[in-house]
Design a protein around this ligand. Structure first.
Ligand code: 5RP
Length: 220
């Protein structure tokens, strides 16, 4: 199985976690796209979805799946999304696709977070994947200086604007041993909208596509 087959297998397995007659939160990226395609087959069983990006909303609509505004929704039964890295605690780095802020917002309303990923995403220590930080454009330089003080090497994601009209600084050189602490620290920097660490609300379960099939990983 190549990595894309592993993503698809993990996304298919997430269908088991869909709760009938409820609203489903949908992430962003290639693995989330596989989930959207699988969800199409059972769209009659759900009330609708909330999307974490314009791209996912468009894909959901192309399948005839209803997409609701989060402001119309009180509760999401389950949020399904990919990740760039996960550690054994299921603390994640997300935002490779630049949708981290909306992903965190949709997740915050969900009762359960099912993360779907290929086998390359499970790591011992977070940080080989540069940590995405969404920043208000006028704060680019001052936020970058603060990130350097924390030991990172921020790099502007060239030619990219988020769905919220902001920029992304991808922070290299981090070896993240205390994800929860760093997630809070980064969010204290004035000008940061949010960062791609998902430790305060980690995944409840990681469905990991592997050569041997889909492994269900629970937090260590
Ligand atoms: C988008 C994300 C994605 O979940 C993450 O980048 C993983 O993407 P893929 O499923 O394409 O490997 O956080 O903002």
């Amino acid at each position: 199985m190549n990595l894309d087959d592993q993503k698809k297998a993990a996304a298919d397995a997430a269908i088991e976690y869909v709760v009938d007659d409820t609203i489903i939160g949908v992430g962003t990226g290639s693995t989330a796209n596989h989930f959207i395609d699988s969800l199409a087959a059972i769209k009659h069983r759900i009330k609708g979805t909330v999307a974490s990006s314009e791209a996912s909303a468009a894909r959901l609509k192309s399948h005839g799946i209803q997409v609701l505004d989060l402001n119309e929704v009180d509760e999401i039964s389950v949020y399904v999304d990919g990740a760039d890295e996960s550690n054994a605690q299921l603390h994640l780095i997300k935002g490779g696709g630049g949708a981290l802020t909306r992903e965190k917002i949709v997740l915050s309303v969900a009762k359960k977070f099912v993360c779907v990923a290929d086998s390359s995403k499970l790591v011992d220590v977070l940080g080989d994947f540069p940590l995405p930080v969404e920043v208000i454009p006028m704060a680019r330089s001052c936020v970058a200086r603060e990130l350097v003080k924390l030991g990172g090497r921020p790099v502007l994601r060239e030619g990219f604007i988020t769905d919220n009209g902001n920029i992304i600084l991808d922070v290299h050189n981090l070896r993240i041993m205390e994800a929860l602490k760093l997630e809070s620290e980064l969010n204290q920097i004035v000008g940061v909208v949010t960062n791609g660490l998902f430790a305060r609300q980690p995944a409840d379960v990681l469905l990991l596509g592997t050569e041997q099939g889909v492994r269900t990983v629970k937090p260590a």
